[in-house]
Design a protein. Structure first.
Length: 544
């Protein structure tokens, strides 16, 4: 298992098996579809519900526009908005919970759970028909226990709640626990008295019963044979309250006593209400923590956007007979689009390149800047496009993190010979149109994305151009944008939109409008870069 690999651990009756994911840059889909990497067959689960992805040194989870949503630590995720993950995070996909495990050693305290240790019969505890002394006690507790809601960490919150349970119920021990793995191990978040978590095991049977969202207790009815095992351990009774966040069981409030006996009917309202209060306070903590992560991510994206804007080439220009027009449209998050036009000082013509670095955020933004700088340096030194692309791929192989690469297309325009040398590094999105915007067939020998294979030689595809012919280059954010029904825009719609177009500027406007009309109110899932390059006999000789 690599240091960046993770394991997705189903908890509490989820039908899936634990699954180890490798940090190979590929997305792992969770959903109801037969082709999903983690398949959960339930009406509440969408066909493609959520995805896990490792990019630039960290794992993220993205809700894929599911019908019932995805929760991270009890907080609903924004659709199609990646959220960074940390070890121990709990992913809610109604009605199940998955634990995100990085495989590193856990600092959590683990308590043993055993079906045989306590025995007994699990009874579902109905809420009282009328207000009791315990309810009045709870009202007083809520008014005076500001410290519960003001707790700044989960441990502080759980310890405060456990203490309140013991002091208000007469039980001798209280624990706040949650599942740590699919095999039933439990993590102790807080306990009172301190150190009591290791003195006796707790009932796995009771915990499992509470997973249904109801308060439960162990019966001491002598008519049940298990009563002797309860007495044999010195435990006179136990109570378990599920701590809920929205409709999900997040953790458990577990109380027991050894020497004394507690009338559970007298304290059940108090403990259940305290469990609800704990869920609210825990949800607040988790929301604050996720908001902090989101702020960090947005700050990274803002920096990446600045890097991208500064590195993009001129939106319009001309050199001799070569004319170009380009636009860059930001998506929901910065996705590392690259564009540049290099004008040679020693020979006629230009070299135009467009690419897309894998992933989103600051890492891809920095790699984008490094790629642009390296390529410009090579071209400025007189290196031809084919050799420059070869050197660039080796440059990325040597420096990129695991799973990081870039798709790339580059054209070397020769106005004297009226031809274009095209090099494709796993990009695939380009076409040639004539002076009326009609598509002209081309056959391109493509290659792998840059940064994937060392010393890869890219094939040259030579295309002859007539006056008014244009080469269209665009990023996958255009062709792969989906509409409200999940249908991709596709390369054919791109080609059809250009019929009748006669200039580079008109090409760019038409495709921008196509994207806007197709996506409608949806945010663009990816950055979009569109460029049109033309050979025109009467083009001006200055650049724009």
């Amino acid at each position: 298992m690599s240091s960046d690999a993770c394991t997705i651990v189903p908890l509490g009756g989820c039908p899936a098996a634990p699954m180890q994911l490798q940090a190979d840059g590929k997305a792992c889909i969770v959903g109801r579809s037969a082709g999903a990497s983690i398949r959960l067959d339930h009406p509440s689960i969408s066909r493609q519900h959520a995805s896990f992805h490792f990019q630039h040194g960290r794992w993220t989870i993205t809700d894929l526009g599911s019908r019932h949503g995805t929760q991270l630590n009890g907080v609903a995720l924004e659709p199609r908005q990646p959220m960074p993950l940390r070890g121990g995070d709990r992913i809610g996909l109604q009605p199940w919970i998955l634990r995100f495990d990085l495989g590193t050693s856990s600092a959590a305290t683990v308590v043993q759970a055993s079906d045989a240790a306590l025995g007994g019969t699990v009874l579902v505890m109905a809420p009282p028909a009328q207000e009791s002394a315990a309810q009045r006690q709870l009202d007083l507790l809520i008014k005076s226990s500001v410290s519960i809601y003001a707790a700044s960490t989960e441990i502080e919150l759980a310890t405060t709640v456990a203490r309140a349970c013991v002091e208000g119920s007469g039980c001798e021990r209280a624990l706040v626990v949650r599942f740590l793995s699919g095999d039933g191990r439990l993590e102790v978040i807080g306990a009172f008295p301190a150190g009591s978590e290791g003195k006796r095991p707790i009932s796995r049977t009771l915990i499992r019963a509470a997973m249904q969202g109801k308060a439960v207790r162990l019966s001491e009815d002598e008519s049940f044979g298990a009563a002797q095992s309860i007495v044999g351990t010195g435990v006179n009774g136990a109570l378990c309250i599920p701590i809920m966040i929205d409709s999900h069981v997040e953790s458990f409030l577990y109380l027991d006593q050894f020497e004394e006996k507690t009338n559970y009917d007298d304290v059940s309202s108090f403990i259940q209400a305290l469990g609800r209060w704990t869920g609210l306070a825990l949800m607040r903590l988790q929301r604050v923590e996720l908001e902090s992560r989101q702020r960090e991510l947005l700050e990274e994206l803002a920096i990446a956007r600045q890097v991208q804007e500064r590195m993009m080439g001129a939106s319009t220009g001309a050199q001799g007979e070569v004319v170009w027009s380009m636009c860059s449209i930001p998506g929901q998050v910065v996705a590392g689009d690259i564009f540049g036009v290099h004008q040679s000082k020693t020979r006629s013509g230009v070299t135009v390149f467009l690419g897309d670095v894998s992933g989103k955020g600051l890492g891809p933004g920095l790699l984008m800047a490094a790629i642009t700088a390296h390529l410009e340096a090579q071209l400025s030194a007189g290196v031809r496009a084919e050799k420059a692309l070869y050197d660039l791929s080796n440059f990325v192989v040597a420096r990129a993190t695991s799973g990081q690469f870039a798709t790339f297309v580059m054209i070397e325009v020769d106005p004297t010979e009226r031809k274009v040398n095209l090099f494709d590094a796993g990009h695939g999105y380009y076409l040639v149109v004539d002076s009326n915007g009609l598509r002209k067939p081309i056959e391109v020998d493509g290659g792998v994305p840059i940064g994937v294979v060392e010393d890869f030689l890219y094939e040259t595809t030579t295309i002859s151009l007539a006056v008014g012919d244009r080469v269209l280059l665009f990023s996958d954010g255009l062709a792969e944008q989906r509409d409200e029904d999940g249908v991709m825009l596709g390369a054919q719609r791109v080609a059809d939109a250009l019929a009748g177009s006669r200039t580079c500027a008109e090409d760019v406007v038409r495709l921008s409008e196509l994207l806007k009309g197709f996506a409608k109110s949806l945010k663009y899932a990816d950055d979009v870069t569109i460029a049109s390059v033309m050979l025109a006999a009467d083009a001006p000789s200055t650049t724009g």
